[in-house]
Design a protein around this ligand. Structure first.
Ligand SMILES: Cc1cc2nc3c(=O)[nH]c(=O)nc-3n(C[C@H](O)[C@H](O)[C@H](O)COP(=O)(O)O)c2cc1C
Length: 174
């Protein structure tokens, strides 16, 4: 199936561990600590060398990352709430502090240090990001229950057309 239940399973971020990653200046991961790997569900070697958007959750509005990149590229620190997608498509929320790493005064990398987000804040941010995506004309999250037969037909047709069920539904709408 395309849409698995795993997507709705949240992983709790531990209170007492630091969660760190570093990237090159283009956002390619150069380092992750063990806690980071555990929470994301990937092995460190699966993450190193990959663009950091490997963790991007479709619930995140594009404008949040645009603001993040503009801030860090201007040499400032960006702080904000990020919902990430795990390897198994589950999710976790972090409060991230992202800034430059300097060697002899020269910007060489970026680093991100993360901490857990209280449950009420996660709910507030989910609502805010849903609203932002809607206002910015991005993806809308639509969860639906289809009859097995209907789903099987959609899936068969999507497979035949070498596309996904989501894209097939979009194309059926013209
Ligand atoms: C140090 C650092 C850490 C980042 N951490 C994350 C992260 O945890 N999750 C995420 O989705 N993007 C993270 N990003 C931003 C990604 O590079 C990327 O801009 C974002 O996922 C949006 O993907 P897109 O640019 O392909 O739309 C990080 C960037 C930097 C520089």
């Amino acid at each position: 199936m395309d849409i698995t239940f795993d997507m709705f399973i949240e992983t709790e971020v531990p209170e007492d561990e630091v969660i760190i990653s570093r990237t090159d200046l283009k956002g390619v991961i150069t380092y992750v600590n063990e806690t980071f790997a555990n929470i994301s569900g990937y092995a460190p070697e699966e993450l190193i060398g990959k663009p950091h958007n490997i963790l991007r959750h479709p619930d995140m509005p594009r404008s949040a990352f645009k603001d993040m990149w503009e801030t860090i590229q201007a040499g400032k620190t960006w702080e904000g709430y990020v919902k990430n997608m795990r390897k198994d498509r589950g999710y976790y929320w972090v409060y991230a502090v992202i800034s430059g790493v300097y060697k002899e005064g020269k910007l060489v990398e970026y680093k991100s240090i993360r901490s857990p987000v209280p449950e009420e804040k996660r709910i507030e941010m989910q609502r805010l990001y849903d609203r932002m995506r809607l206002e910015e004309g991005e993806n809308v999250r639509a969860v639906m229950y289809l009859g097995t037969e209907t789903y099987e037909k959609l899936k068969k047709r999507a497979d035949e057309e070498e596309t996904s069920v989501e894209r097939l539904i979009a194309s059926l709408c013209g």
